[in-house]
Ligand binder design. Structure first.
Ligand SMILES: Cc1cc2nc3c(=O)[nH]c(=O)nc-3n(C[C@H](O)[C@H](O)[C@H](O)COP(=O)(O)OP(=O)(O)OC[C@H]3O[C@@H](n4cnc5c(N)ncnc54)[C@H](O)[C@@H]3O)c2cc1C
Length: 236
C-alpha cells in the first residue's frame, strides 16, 4: 500500500452529523483505485501509546485521480471520525491505500442492485458513478436506508443522476420518518422484500451495519443465487 500526503480542499456539512471531506493529493499527486476501495488513516487514540487505524471508503469516481471524496458521520468520542472532523480547510493529512476487495466487478450483463445504510453509501456512490460513466445498459438500482428527514443528503445529486441516466433509479427509505415524509418508510430489508422478486439476473453490493448485511443476504439467499458483495462498517 502506498502512503499519500493530501490537503483538505473542501469540507461540506451535509447533515447534523455527516460531512464530506475532499482531499487534494500532494504526494504522490494521483491515486489509482477501483470504485469501492478504501483508504486508511492512522489516528491517535486517547490513553493508547500507538495510533489506531481507521478505514474510509472513497466516495468519488476513480475517473478523478487527483482528489478523493470521503463521506463520514461523527461517532462521539471515536478516534477516527473525531480526527477527520477535526481537519480544517487547508490542513494536511496522511493516509494509506487504496485497499479492499469490495469493488465493482464485471458480472457481465447482470443488473446491479446497491443497498446501503447510512454512510455505507460511500463506496456505492463511487461504484454507481463509475458504472454510469461506462455507459452500459443494464439497470442500476440503489436502495438507501437513513433514519429521518434530518439525516437526508445527496437526494438532489442522485435525482440528477437518475434524470441523466434512464437506467439508474434510487429509493431512499426512512426508518423513523417525521410527519410529512412522502417517500418510502421502513428498513431497506423491506424494500428488498417488496421490490426484488428475483435475483436471477442480479449482482448485489451491500454496505453498512452488520444487521442490514445479514438480513439482506438472508432474503437474497432465500430467493436464489447471485453474486453478493459486502462491506461491513460496524457491528450493530
Ligand atoms: C472498509 C471500511 C470502510 C469504511 N468506510 C467508512 C466511510 O466511508 N464512512 C464512514 O462514516 N465510516 C466508514 N467506516 C467506519 C470507520 O472506519 C470507523 O469505524 C468509524 O468512523 C468509527 O470510528 P471511530 O474511531 O470514530 O469510532 P470507534 O470508537 O472506532 O467506534 C465506536 C463505535 O461506533 C460504531 N460505529 C462505527 N462506525 C459507525 C458508523 N458509520 N455509524 C454509526 N456507528 C458507527 C461502532 O459500533 C463502533 O464500535 C468504514 C469501515 C470499514 C471497515
Amino acid at each position: 500500500m502506498e502512503q499519500f500526503t493530501a490537503e483538505v480542499s473542501r469540507i461540506q456539512d451535509l447533515t447534523h452529523d455527516v460531512r464530506t471531506i475532499e482531499l487534494r493529493l500532494l504526494e504522490p499527486a494521483t491515486i489509482t483505485f477501483k470504485p469501492g476501495q478504501f483508504v486508511s488513516f492512522d489516528v491517535p487514540k486517547e490513553g493508547q501509546p500507538r495510533p489506531v487505524t481507521r478505514p474510509y471508503s472513497i466516495a468519488s469516481s476513480p475517473g478523478q485521480g487527483n482528489r478523493i471524496l470521503l463521506v463520514l458521520n461523527l461517532v462521539q468520542g471515536g478516534p477516527g471520525s473525531s480526527y477527520l472532523f477535526g481537519l480544517r480547510d487547508g490542513s494536511n493529512t496522511l493516509f494509506k491505500g487504496p485497499a479492499g476487495a469490495f469493488y465493482l466487478r464485471d458480472d457481465g450483463a447482470r443488473d446491479l442492485l446497491f443497498v446501503a445504510t447510512g454512510t455505507g453509501i460511500a463506496p456505492l456512490y463511487s461504484m454507481i458513478l463509475a458504472q454510469l460513466e461506462r455507459g452500459q445498459s443494464q439497470s442500476v438500482t440503489l436502495f438507501w436506508g437513513l433514519r429521518s428527514q434530518r439525516d437526508l443528503y445527496w437526494q438532489n445529486e442522485l435525482a440528477a443522476l437518475a434524470s441523466a441516466h434512464p437506467n439508474f433509479s434510487f429509493v431512499t427509505t426512512l426508518s423513523r420518518p417525521e410527519p410529512g415524509w412522502e417517500g418510502a418508510t421502513g428498513r431497506v430489508t423491506a424494500l428488498v422484500d417488496a421490490r426484488v422478486p428475483s435475483v436471477a439476473n442480479l449482482a448485489v453490493y451491500l454496505c453498512g451495519g452488520s444487521g442490514m448485511i445479514q438480513d439482506v443476504t438472508a432474503r437474497l439467499n432465500a430467493i436464489g443465487l447471485c453474486p453478493v458483495y459486502r462491506e461491513k462498517y460496524y457491528d450493530d
